[in-house]
Design a protein around this ligand. Structure first.
Ligand code: SD4
Length: 326
């Protein structure tokens, strides 16, 4: 394992941070695009691309960041080949596909659902919780009944493929999340629209073969997602327990509030995860962040976390900076 100091030499952020300590050199933490707000959508993993295709089209037409993140992640929820979100998501150890999601807008409104079964678009149910109820989080049967009342269809989300994989898993029944493998593929999306407003969404079937009833960070405002329109937005992916433990996404946003760039804030949060968890070699966590100007950052514990960004300058995938070198 290389020490952080060695890694820092190789990262552009690290270079900035190293310079901060040098006499006579003062770097502004958020130095790019301070004056102009630059619309952007950024989202986790490869499936961030189809998410951003939809979200960026919405933003480009002058639509809201809220619509962009919701409609963007819905594409991933409906993709049966994705094994950790919505349809085709891996079940828990008892064979139930249980979903977690949350959404937050530019006015600090937020909504979430957890431990929700048989509904293809938990993110849209989360939006209904936000818009149509006085509550923030509905879970399990109550969330399902609410969804049905709002017109969402009942749908079996366990595909033949995921059933086969589950039956294979049952033969050993070993619970071992593998770093960066399909049990870490939550979609989190953050967007800044042309009006300068921020929103975020996060949706997942959670860790594959988890205990029945287990809820991760993804539906928890402040853990899997946090948005403050005055400051920025952040979301998380990876082992949710480690993210909840440090109030991860809220921590990232609070560091941006104190003047850190999105990149620095993500790095600080990962360092906090590392300092508070013992099993760090075996778990992956990644954070994404954007600030209110459209600057972005990403950082993870281990190599392998990637994300999609669409803004006026670039549209594609990038690899995240990370703490541990191989
Ligand atoms: C969870 N954070 O349920 C989610 C899993 C995840 O990428 O992010 N996978 O803990």
């Amino acid at each position: 394992m290389k020490k952080r100091r060695e890694f820092i030499k190789q990262s552009s952020v690290g270079l900035g941070m190293a310079l901060i300590g040098m006499p006579g050199i003062k770097l502004e933490p958020t130095s790019i695009s301070e004056k102009t707000k630059k619309p952007i959508i950024i989202s986790t993993w490869n499936h961030g691309l189809p998410c951003n295709d939809i979200g960026w089209a919405i933003i480009n037409k002058g639509g809201s960041a809220l619509d962009a993140v919701e409609k963007g992640v819905m594409v991933v929820e409906s993709d049966p080949t994705g094994t950790s979100v919505g349809l085709g998501g891996a079940p828990d150890r008892d064979g139930h596909v249980t979903l977690d999601a949350c959404i937050m807008d530019d006015k600090h409104n937020c909504g979430g659902v957890a431990f929700l079964e048989n509904i293809e678009h938990p993110i849209s149910v989360a939006r209904k919780v936000m818009e149509d109820t006085p509550h923030v989080l509905l879970v399990g049967e109550g969330a399902y009944e609410f969804a049905r009342e709002k017109g969402f269809e009942h749908k079996n989300l366990l595909t033949e493929e995921s059933k086969k994989r589950y039956e294979k898993w049952l033969s050993e029944s070993q619970y071992k999340p593998i770093i960066n493998i399909e049990n870490h593929d939550t979609i989190g999306a953050l967007a800044l629209d042309k009006d300068g407003n921020l929103s975020g969404a996060c949706t997942t079937s959670g860790l594959a073969y988890k205990m029945h009833g287990r809820v991760g960070d993804s539906p928890i405002i402040g853990a899997g997602l946090f948005v403050d329109n005055e400051v920025g937005a952040a979301c998380a992916t990876g082992v949710g327990e480690a993210v909840i433990r440090i109030a991860g996404s809220a921590l990232v946003v609070e560091h941006m509030r104190m003047g850190k760039s999105p990149q620095e804030a993500c790095q600080i949060a990962i360092e906090r995860v590392i300092s508070k968890n013992k099993n760090i070699k075996d778990i992956q966590v990644g954070f994404l962040a954007i600030d209110k100007y459209g600057n972005y950052g990403a950082y993870s514990i281990h190599e392998g976390f990637n994300f999609a960004i669409y803004n006026d300058d670039f549209q594609g995938l990038k690899d995240s900076e990370y703490f541990f070198l191989k």
